[in-house]
Design a protein around this ligand. Structure first.
Ligand SMILES: Cc1cc2nc3c(=O)[nH]c(=O)nc-3n(C[C@H](O)[C@H](O)[C@H](O)COP(=O)(O)OP(=O)(O)OC[C@H]3O[C@@H](n4cnc5c(N)ncnc54)[C@H](O)[C@@H]3O)c2cc1C
Length: 340
């Protein structure tokens, strides 16, 4: 691990001030924020991330860690731990897809340490990104190439890829947020702003190393999730190589508003198969206004993977992703939901 300067802050302005001056004129990247540290420290040990300065934000859990539910909107402080949110009774009752996406992630120890903000900004698990002995990785070293395209790419994405990067987005919680049209609140040198969660992550384009639309120094402070007629009938289905402590090979976040067996509204996002949290709007259109049976669910799943680009080892992800979505839709349709 490279030496770095460590500072601990207790307010956003303090963090922004240190961030603005860190690493100026140095060859290494300036500052990195530390929340739970379960991604950052890992990648610093691997020398994938080599910040000059680490700004510890953990004390912000006191001011930006609250969970609030007012009957219309769920407010999640970005410094709440994954465990706190997964176990919160209002989240479990009114937004089951959020609670499940968090409780099915990582391990109990990690969920206790890790924060919501850090979770959505976690880095890909692409083995070529995580091991600097592989020289070609556009996400780590811009312009160097992508080893995964011709390499072992079983874990990689089939949606949202291009010739610059096929690394999959590894998180679970982000799928729940994008399906439910969440908003993210940011604090930066220019003040506070909000953006749709769907605009936070960037597909690789020409610069896979630029993973988000955050401005330099911006801190995620909160997530806001509106309740809809579909949020209670929601679930997260995660398929992985083993049943715990493992990332998704394919997953689906699904929320439905039903009138009998007919779908009034559908919200769908896919995980494990795309370069970013992936909203499957074409699949939603296939469902709206139709009876949800296995045939209709299959049509929606086909639509969800229109445009998928499989590589040598990950073609199975198309069929697996489709069957994951079919099962999630049918399971969600059969949930017994009370409207209280
Ligand atoms: C063995 C293992 C298994 C895992 N399995 C899963 C899994 O199944 N599903 C899953 O979803 N995740 C999984 N994870 C990932 C884990 O959930 C993340 O590491 C964790 O959520 C990151 O949160 P953190 O608070 O520790 O972030 P940190 O490591 O502190 O930060 C992560 C990144 O976000 C930045 N950052 C953090 N907070 C903010 C903020 N508020 N504003 C701006 N930037 C910020 C940091 O600078 C850093 O770049 C696993 C991790 C491990 C090690």
């Amino acid at each position: 691990m490279q030496p770095f300067h460590y500072s601990r802050v207790s307010s956003i302005p303090q963090a922004l001030e240190i961030q603005a001056t860190a690493g100026q004129g140095r060859s290494r990247p300036g500052a990195a924020y530390l929340a739970g540290g379960t991604t950052l420290i890992d990648l610093m040990k691997l020398e994938v991330m080599r910040p000059q300065s680490v700004i510890d934000l953990r004390a912000l859990s006191a001011t930006h860690g609250a969970i609030g539910w007012d009957g219309a909107t769920l407010h999640l402080g970005a410094f709440a731990s994954m465990a706190e949110v997964a176990d919160h009774s209002d989240v479990i009752e009114h937004f089951p897809v959020i609670a499940q996406s968090l409780s099915l992630a990582a391990s109990a120890q990690l969920r206790n340490m890790a924060t919501l903000g850090g979770n959505v900004l976690q880095k890909t698990r692409c083995a070529y990104f995580r091991d600097p002995s592989w020289q070609a990785c556009n996400r780590r070293t811009p312009g160097s190439g992508c080893t995964a395209i011709e390499g072992i790419n079983r874990q990689h994405a089939v949606l949202g890829t291009n010739e610059h990067c096929i690394a999959s987005y590894p998180g679970d919680f982000a799928q729940a947020l994008i399906a439910l049209d969440a908003t993210v609140t940011l604090s930066g040198p220019e003040g506070e702003r909000r953006m749709p969660f769907a605009s936070l992550h960037r597909q690789p384009q020409g610069r896979p190393d630029i993973e988000t639309n955050l401005a330099p120094g911006e801190i995620i402070t909160a997530f806001t999730v509106p309740a809809g007629a579909w949020t209670r009938r929601s679930l997260y289905l995660k398929v992985r190589d083993r049943q715990s402590y493992e990332f998704a090979v394919a997953s689906a976040a699904v929320a439905l508003e039903m009138n009998g067996r007919v779908v009034n509204e559908a919200r769908i996002a896919l995980g494990g198969v795309a370069t970013v949290p992936w909203r499957a709007r074409e699949a939603e259109s296939v469902l709206r206004g139709h009876t949800l049976d296995e045939a209709r669910a299959n049509r929606a799943a086909q639509a969800a993977f229109n445009g998928a680009v499989p590589r040598s080892h990950n073609a199975f992800k198309v069929a697996l992703g489709q069957s994951t979505l079919v099962r999630a839709l049918l399971d969600a349709a059969s949930l017994e939901v009370s409207h209280g």
